[in-house]
Design a protein around this ligand. Structure first.
Ligand code: SAH
Ligand code: DHB
Ligand code: MG
Length: 216
């Protein structure tokens, strides 16, 4: 597209503006603050930001999702946002490879008051997703784990989401490396392109890109 065709590509968001907006729209209570502090629990601080977390919660509410699958739990921060947005009879199954991360997340989810609405499933998600397939079809799948397996998680979502269900993928810009000639970049591009075949899709320009897709 011609550079002068639109101002839509200009970036006006400074760090101060982004912080002000997060504080205004996505403030933390004690439960969110505890789950956000992955580093304090000895985990890597790689959770979504507050504005992305709030966006996930709003997407749960807007879509009326009742059955959610998350791939990549970490300390449970995105899970707290999504589970709190569920109706009383809703459930979130969150898949986590690392036993320490899963233990921290369970503690944080209990502290946030939604432990009964979330099941943290331990192990490599490609091996464990099958264990919940009888609970499907699902309303929303959030993918935020090992990047090389994104195409597999997308394919699982295409199969196990209901028509109209949402697929959301974090780190869709692959830390800025999306267009490189690496296996991880090829996998992330395949995730985008495969999603387009089965979903109505967009990639939202969050700090690291968020694919948002509705199952056809
Ligand atoms: N969604 C979380 C952040 C997840 S970070 C939040 O925003 O709060 C990515 C997580 O995926 C890490 O905890 C990592 O251990 C986990 N992970 C990596 N490979 C995985 C796999 N194969 N199966 C399940 N989880 C995996
Ligand atoms: C990293 C960030 C993420 O959002 C993620 O899901 C995994 C890793 C990172 O910065 O390394
Ligand atoms: Mg992520």
């Amino acid at each position: 597209m011609a550079d002068d065709a639109s101002r839509a590509g200009d970036r006006y968001a400074s760090a101060d503006i982004l912080d002000w907006c997060a504080d205004t729209h996505a403030p933390h209570d004690a439960g969110l603050a505890q789950a956000f502090d992955a580093r304090g629990a000895g985990l890597p601080p790689i959770q979504v930001g507050p504005s992305e977390g709030k966006s996930l919660g709003l997407l749960v509410k807007m879509s009326g999702a009742r059955k959610i699958v998350e791939v990549g739990t970490l300390a449970g921060y995105s899970a707290v946002w999504m589970a709190r947005a569920l109706p009383a009879d809703g459930h979130l199954w969150s898949f986590e490879f690392d036993a320490k991360h899963a233990a921290v997340a369970r503690k944080n989810l209990d502290a946030a008051g939604i432990g009964d609405r979330v099941t943290v499933v331990e192990g490599a998600a490609l091996d464990t997703l099958a264990s919940i397939e009888s609970e499907g079809p699902f309303d929303l799948v959030f993918v935020d784990a090992d990047k090389k397996n994104y195409p597999h998680y997308g394919a699982w979502a295409a199969k196990h989401l209901r028509p109209g269900g949402l697929l959301i993928g974090d780190n869709a810009f692959l830390f800025g490396r999306l267009l490189e000639d690496s296996d991880e970049a090829k996998a992330m591009r395949a995730f985008h392109e495969d999603a387009r075949a089965h979903f109505d899709t967009v990639c939202l320009p969050t700090p690291d890109g968020l694919v948002l897709a509705i199952k056809k």
